[in-house]
Design a protein around this ligand. Structure first.
Ligand code: TMP
Ligand code: MG
Length: 224
């Protein structure tokens, strides 16, 4: 069976993921490279019901109130529904899929509920669940956008003020977000994700400079 390419952009809240994503889409369009854009979670779909209950605090107001394995399944089933109904055919016909978050977000945000010793078993369970049992495609490239905690929090607060949105249980918990950053380091090593460093020579890098780096990686992956 023909197989497409799946490229994933990953990063915690306030990592600049959405800004990078928008620029990448615009560049692909300008270069006339056909792609399909997917985003997780899909808040407006029935398959995200448990995600909305969880992030809205109906199972407890702290992320740790629902353990890593249980919460992961909420997000995994939404991905399964999306694959089956929206992009399986395109992918199997050889299409390019660009995803804003994926299984990788479970690794970072649910893995952070476990100790370093427990992580390898969880990472392997997660891959088995989504990529083998559920049959979702494995990414050809995962781009992880590094950020520091202060920048992440500042950007998140600015966005919440601008759009008047309220924080979900993950966003409200600074200690949890710090653990996510730590877990992302472990996940990058374990899965071999490509890291886009936040700093260069101790200074925050420009959005466009990082975008050029990411776009090069994407072009190389498409050509493979
Ligand atoms: P959002 O910030 O992109 O709206 O995503 C909501 C939160 O859910 C965010 O903290 C990341 C987390 N998450 C998971 O834990 N697992 C997943 O598979 C996805 C897609 C998101
Ligand atoms: Mg968020």
């Amino acid at each position: 069976m023909a197989k497409g390419k799946l490229i994933v952009l990953e990063g915690i809240d306030g990592s600049g993921k959405s800004a990078q994503y928008r620029r990448l889409c615009a560049r692909l369009e300008k270069d006339q490279i056909a792609y399909t854009h997917i985003v997780f979670p899909r808040y407006d779909r029935e398959s995200s019901a448990l995600i909305r209950m969880y992030l809205g605090g109906q199972f407890g107001t702290h992320p740790d109130d629902v353990n890593a394995y249980t919460a992961s399944t909420f997000f995994s089933v939404d991905r399964f529904a999306s694959y089956q109904t929206e992009w399986k055919q395109i992918y199997e016909a050889g299409g390019l899929i660009l995803s804003d978050r994926y299984t990788t977000s479970n690794a970072v945000h649910q893995g952070s509920k476990l100790s370093d010793e427990e992580l390898p078993e969880y990472f392997s369970w997660l891959s088995d669940l989504e990529y083998r049992k559920m049959g979702l495609p494995e990414p050809d490239l995962v781009i992880y956008l590094d950020v520091d905690i202060e920048t992440s929090l500042a950007r998140m607060r600015r966005r919440q003020q601008k759009y008047g949105t309220s924080a979900d249980i993950h966003e409200k918990d600074v200690n949890y977000l710090e653990r996510c950053l730590h877990t992302a380091d472990r996940a990058c090593e374990y899965y071999g994700w490509t890291r886009i460093p936040f700093l260069r020579d101790g200074k925050e890098r420009e959005l466009d400079e990082k975008n050029n780096e990411i776009y090069e990686l994407i072009l190389r992956t498409i050509e493979k």
